[in-house]
Design a protein around this ligand. Structure first.
Ligand code: UDP
Length: 240
């Protein structure tokens, strides 16, 4: 049983990485249906500002703390989460398991050239996965939604960025009878080699977020949101 802690009006998974990974592997093994959201401060802010997006997040089966911002906020608010569970790691664990179990995987998102090289890389790294749908994320969303219905996919990775990816998942979720859905943000860019993960030093110092913000085209906007998030946490403390 996965425990949760209520923060910012959302139930966050409160588990060690090993408990969490074991849990999601079991979900995939058992062909369960689930909607996984990996929430960073930006996503949390959006859910507080946008009631329609908040309703979508409430449909999620699990919401995990993605990045140091949410776990640091949880400590400050007196409801400490056990660990950060980065979405990219969760998605990688799911792919490994999908390979071992020869599962059917569906991919949507990223630029066309990113999807092209991603398919090649994943086919080499995970030879036993059956890829039953591969659509880039610029204008292919409707086609992907139609294809998904016939694909009988066990694992669906959606890299459209927030809020698009959660909106897309919510729009198709009721139309299939099984499958693990997860929004993976910029993971396809990283896995395909089009954008690097933060250098080790940044990761060791838990400054991956700083590296990502500084190299993102909308970095300034993201920095503003992050500062707003920090202000919110300091002002509201545990009353959120
Ligand atoms: N993306 C996409 N379609 C879109 C917008 C974004 O496929 O309409 C992809 C983008 O190429 C990237 C990922 O979604 O691979 C994350 O995008 P972004 O960096 O804008 O989102 P964030 O990191 O802010 O969640």
């Amino acid at each position: 049983m996965i425990q949760t802690i209520q923060l910012f009006g959302l139930p966050f998974v409160n588990a060690t990485p090993s408990t969490w990974y074991t849990h999601i592997k079991t979900l995939l093994h058992n062909n369960e249906k689930a909607f996984l959201v990996t929430a960073n401060p930006e996503l949390v802010l959006r859910s507080l500002r946008d009631p329609a997006y908040n309703r979508i997040l409430r449909q999620a089966t699990f919401i995990t703390p993605d990045g140091i911002g949410v776990t640091a906020a949880s400590k400050r608010m007196g409801e400490p989460l056990t660990a950060t569970l980065p979405g990219i790691e969760t998605a990688r664990e799911l792919l490994r398991t999908a390979d071992t179990l020869q599962k059917r995987v569906f991919l949507l998102g990223g630029r066309p050239e990113v999807m092209k090289s991603l398919i090649k890389q994943l086919a080499i790294r995970f030879p036993d996965i059956q890829f039953v749908g591969t659509f880039h994320g610029f204008g292919k969303e409707a086609e992907a939604a139609t294809a998904l219905k016939a694909a009988q996919a066990d694992l669906i990775l959606v890299a459209l960025g927030a809020p698009k990816q959660e909106q897309w998942i919510a729009s198709v979720y009721d139309q299939v009878d099984h499958g693990l859905f997860i929004g993976v943000g910029g993971a396809f860019d990283v896995w395909s080699g089009h954008s690097k993960r933060a250098p080790k030093l940044f990761r060791t110092l838990k400054l991956e977020w700083l590296y990502r913000i500084s190299s993102h085209p909308r970095g300034f906007e993201k920095l503003k949101d992050l500062l707003l998030f920090v202000l919110l946490v300091f002002r509201k403390k545990s009353h959120l």
